[in-house]
Design a protein around this ligand. Structure first.
Ligand code: FES
Length: 168
């Protein structure tokens, strides 16, 4: 039985420490961006995003029209899928209201039926009054409302994220 020399023991210790150090370094290189991705939303306060949808006088009082806008947080490569829409109502001279087009049941785009003055969902028959409240069908809550502002005659909508708790 041969005993290990001091030189062999110290070389083994050195190699063990080196491999542990490299392992920790590799985990930090891979783990830091992943951790930052998940923690970033907690630290960064998002600035409100306003999207211009037209001139005030483009919209008749009493009308409900679909307006196209860019998603609040599109990915640089999103292209056409970075576009979304909202239903914009001009109620009075200066009062505008905007609703998400997404049904609050499972997210299908709702349609405005001018004759009935209702929003109808084609997927499972959800119905909303013109003020966005549920009139019938499976939607559990009113249509999501977006903030609207008029600045220097320009109408802007602040779209929000699509709720991720559909069906819960
Ligand atoms: S998605 Fe609209 S009723 Fe189901």
């Amino acid at each position: 039985m041969s005993s290990e020399s001091k030189a062999e023991i110290s070389r083994r210790k050195f190699l063990n420490r080196l491999s542990m150090g490299l392992g920790i370094f590799g985990a930090a290189v891979v783990g830091t961006p992943v951790l930052a991705f998940f923690l970033d939303p907690l630290w960064k306060k998002k600035k409100p995003v306003w999207r211009t949808v037209g001139q005030k006088n483009d919209f008749k009082i009493g009308s409900t029209v679909e307006v196209k806008l860019v998603d609040p947080a599109p990915l640089p490569w999103a292209g056409k899928i970075g576009l979304t829409a909202a239903w914009l109502q001009r109620r009075t001279e200066n009062e505008f209201v905007a609703f998400s087009v997404n049904c609050q049941h499972l997210g299908c785009p709702v349609r405005w039926k001018e004759g009935a003055r209702l929003f109808m969902c084609p997927c499972h028959g959800g119905v909303y009054y013109e003020n966005g409240k549920v009139a019938g069908g499976p939607p559990p809550r009113p249509l999501q409302q977006y903030a609207v502002r008029v600045q220097h005659g320009v109408v802007q909508v602040q779209p929000g994220p699509i709720p991720m708790d559909y069906g819960l």
